[in-house]
Design a protein around this ligand. Structure first.
Ligand SMILES: NC(=O)C1=CN([C@@H]2O[C@H](COP(=O)(O)OP(=O)(O)OC[C@H]3O[C@@H](n4cnc5c(N)ncnc54)[C@H](OP(=O)(O)O)[C@@H]3O)[C@@H](O)[C@H]2O)C=CC1
Ligand SMILES: O=C(O)C(=O)[C@@H](O)[C@H](O)C(=O)CO
Length: 283
């Protein structure tokens, strides 16, 4: 079967383990059931190759159904899932991943993350050892974390000698996390941005973003997503709407000046909700 050719070709970054990763992905939180399948299918047709799912999104089966029927070679796709808090531990991480692969009907994940560190449980190092084992067994190509702070990342490296390839964190112009980004760069950890549009809303009506969008002949969401790219972060915007999916992908034919990036970062005001990973835990 010949592969569908998307309009937009997405560039790649290289992770610290040598694996290529697309510079933007499709978030799939809340994309479930038949509507979810159609939205994810549209995302691939539009040119997304990175799909971001999680055990807790309860949509790995839907993601797997799209992959099995999309006509795109498996090695062209980059599938990410995440281990939930209730599966922390060495054996639990391995069992959780085998179950994810079964639901996804895949032989391997391109990237697997610890979803939340849950520090009061204090099992994220054991979970990380499970991911290292999974990578050695070939069930996972790259391993990373999500919602980890600098001290938590340092602890993983100190205790296991293995640096995560990715840390997926809340990141958008209202919460630019510039210090964490600098730390990631020093550690060669690639940043992925969750809620990169801050779930749309007031961010897309900020005068500074509207003005920059007008100057470049694009829409505000494109400016925000290009801002992530300028910072070296990988945004994973979720949209169920094929037209918005395509717009969100169309960020590789213009660039922002340093002054524009600074002006957008100047919108900083804090997290979307109270989800400080030192205290917020998800099972
Ligand atoms: N690791 C973690 O702890 C977390 C990971 N994530 C991941 O990050 C992904 C993205 O984050 P998410 O929280 O979904 O939020 P996003 O910032 O991606 O925003 C999604 C919302 O914005 C709307 N939207 C998308 N594109 C546009 C556009 N161009 N113009 C206007 N509105 C738009 C969508 O509506 P519509 O669908 O109607 O277009 C949806 O309501 C998740 O789907 C998930 O994969 C998210 C939270 C935490
Ligand atoms: O979407 C995710 O990956 C999450 O971790 C969510 O649970 C997120 O924290 C949320 O939206 C909770 O309301």
């Amino acid at each position: 079967m010949s592969e569908p050719q998307p309009e937009i070709q997405v560039p790649e970054f290289i992770l610290n383990d040598g694996a290529p990763i697309p510079a933007i992905g499709l978030g799939t939180y809340n994309l479930r059931g038949e509507d979810g399948v159609e939205a994810i299918r549209a995302g691939l047709a539009n040119g997304y190759r990175l799909l971001d799912t999680a055990v807790n999104y309860e949509n790995e089966t839907e993601v797997g159904r799209v992959i099995a029927t999309c006509g795109i070679d498996r090695d062209e796709l980059f599938v990410t899932s995440k281990i939930p808090g209730r599966h922390h531990g060495f054996d639990e991480a391995i069992a959780s991943t085998e179950e994810s692969l079964s639901r996804l009907d895949l032989a391997y994940l391109d990237l697997h993350l610890i979803h939340w560190p849950n520090p009061s449980v204090d099992r994220y190092v054991e979970t990380w050892r499970g991911l290292i084992e999974l990578r050695e067994r070939g069930l996972v190509r790259s391993i990373g974390v999500s919602n980890f702070t600098e001290p938590m990342l340092e602890r993983l490296v100190e205790e296991t000698g293995v640096t995560p390839a990715v840390n997926q964190v809340e990141l958008h112009p209202y919460f630019p996390q510039l210090e964490l980004l600098t730390f990631h760069r020093a550690m060669d950890i690639r940043t992925e941005s969750w809620s990169p549009l801050r779930r749309a809303g007031s961010l897309l009506s900020e005068p500074v973003i509207i003005e920059i969008a007008r100057d470049h002949g694009v829409v505000p969401a494109e400016v925000v997503l290009r801002w992530h790219h300028e910072l070296g972060a990988i945004p994973i915007p979720k949209s169920a709407d094929p037209a918005r999916q395509l717009l969100n992908l169309d960020i590789f034919d213009f660039s922002l000046t340093f002054a524009e990036v600074e002006a957008i970062s100047g919108l900083a005001r804090g997290r979307m909700k109270d989800r400080d990973p030192n205290t917020h835990e998800e099972m």
